[in-house]
Every structure is written in C-alpha cells, then in structure tokens.
Design a protein around this ligand. Structure first.
Ligand code: ZN
Ligand code: FE
Length: 255
C-alpha cells in the first residue's frame, strides 16, 4: 500500500509533514516545528504518531518534540552528529542507515552545510525525499555551519536522486526564491513556467511543494551551478561549480 502524506504549515513558514503507512498504521512526523498543528493533523487524519524523524537541530524543527514525545511515547530518530542538541532522542542515524516507519523504509543521506550534521530521509520505494533545510524549491538553505563546498556536494547528492522523487522541504520559501532565481537565470523557460505555477498556487493559498527532483534540477539555480551557460551569465565562465555555487548563495544572502 502506498504511503500517505499530510502536509500543513507550522509557525509562520515551516512545513509540518505526517507520513503514514496504511498497512501497519505507523505514522511519522518529519521534524516537529510545533506540537499543536501536528496534533491537529493527527486528530484530523485519525493517525497515531509512532515516530519523529529529525533532519537537523534548529529550534524551528525540534521545538515540538518534547510535547509530542510525552503525549504519544513516539520514537525520536535524529542525526548522530547533532543528537546532543536535540531533545528526547531514542535512535541516532548517519549516512547509509535505514529507518523504518512501519513497512516504509528510508535511507539516510548526510547533507552537511546548513548545519554540519544535517540529514535527509529518502524513501526509495515510495519515491519520497524529506530534505529539511538543505534544498528548498528554487532555493537552498543558508550555509550556517558548513562551507559552500560542502553544501554544493550535499545538493548534488539530492540532485542525483531519481527524477520522479517527490521532495518535501522544511519551509515555504518558493515565491521569494523565484524572485531571486530570475535575477540569476532569467532566460530559463522551466524556471519561468515554475514561476507562473507558483504564482497561481500562492493566489489559491495552496502549498508549492512537493516538487519532483526532475523538475527542480532544471529550474533551481543552486542545482545548476555546474551549468556552463549559467556560470557565464553571472560572469563566472569556466569557474569551478563550487565557486559558482558560493557566489549564487552570497548574492541570495544579500538579496
Ligand atoms: Zn534550519
Ligand atoms: Fe528551518
């Protein structure tokens, strides 16, 4: 039976996600930005929380853990490298580990850069990836703890996932990201099409995610730092991809 997903906003622009395995009833929250909206989503679906899968230690991804753990006695899975900064951790994971949610199975992918221990959860059979604050639609996370080179390698790992992988990210930043992306990659028809789609979704008050890796890698300038035409457009023809990436990230920081 295919996985079921419930997506909803938490705080101001964080996404809460519930992943449900109908065969076993297991239900995971991907991160816990805030307990109340997660409890509301559980009440609306009738699902019972069994697991919390944490992508990284920032408070806007972990503040809800303690209250949910107290109420549901759920298992908390977190990146080994950040476990000491995350409350109520039961199990730590790192690159290549498998995490089960009922019968659903994820591979752990380490994606350092935003934070040093950041991980993504890739449910291969279900064609789903939960990428936290590493990859956003038409953007990427700020490089806070790692280096731009690390972040570029992490984004390449996500870009290498199968094109039909549906990506869930940690924040609704897509409209702002598109405004910036158009300053970098203004003649990209795929980006223009995404801009039109996102404008409509935003007017409807609908989420702009998930997005497929196949679509995202054609439109997201942070996944295109090794495209020669893009480097040339920003005056960096022939420069290595990680330098081009660092320049695009720097321009976004100032945008
Ligand atoms: Zn973060
Ligand atoms: Fe965040």
């Amino acid at each position: 039976m295919p996985a079921e997903i419930r997506l909803f906003l938490c705080r101001s622009d964080n996404y809460g996600v519930l992943l449900h395995d109908p065969a076993t009833g297991a239900t995971a929250a991907i991160d816990a930005p805030e307990a109340a909206p997660i409890e509301k989503a559980l009440a609306e679906t009738g699902w019972k929380l069994t697991d919390i899968l944490v992508t990284h230690h920032h408070a806007d991804h972990t503040d809800g853990i303690r209250a949910l753990k107290d109420k549901y006695k759920c298992r908390v899975v977190a990146p080994a490298a950040e476990a000491s900064k995350i409350p109520a951790v039961d199990e730590t994971v790192s690159e290549g580990d498998k995490v089960k949610v009922g019968n659903l199975s994820a591979n752990v992918i380490e994606t350092p850069g935003h934070t040093l221990g950041h991980i993504a959860y890739w449910f291969h059979a279900d064609k789903l990836a939960f990428v936290g604050d590493t990859l956003f639609s038409i953007g990427c996370g700020r490089v806070i703890e790692g280096t731009p080179g690390q972040m570029w390698q992490s984004l390449r790992k996500l870009r290498d996932l199968p094109d039909d992988t549906e990506v869930y990210c940690g924040h609704e930043y897509t409209a702002t990201n598109i405004k910036f992306a158009l300053t970098i990659d203004e003649n990209n028809p795929v980006l223009e099409a995404r801009a039109a789609q996102v404008q409509q979704l935003t007017e409807e008050g609908a989420p702009t995610i998930p997005v497929s890796i196949g679509d995202e890698k054609l439109a997201n300038p942070f996944l295109r730092a090794d495209v020669p035409d893009l480097a040339a457009d920003i005056g960096m023809a022939g420069e290595p991809a990680e330098k081009v990436f660092a320049e695009i990230r720097e321009r976004k920081n100032k945008f």
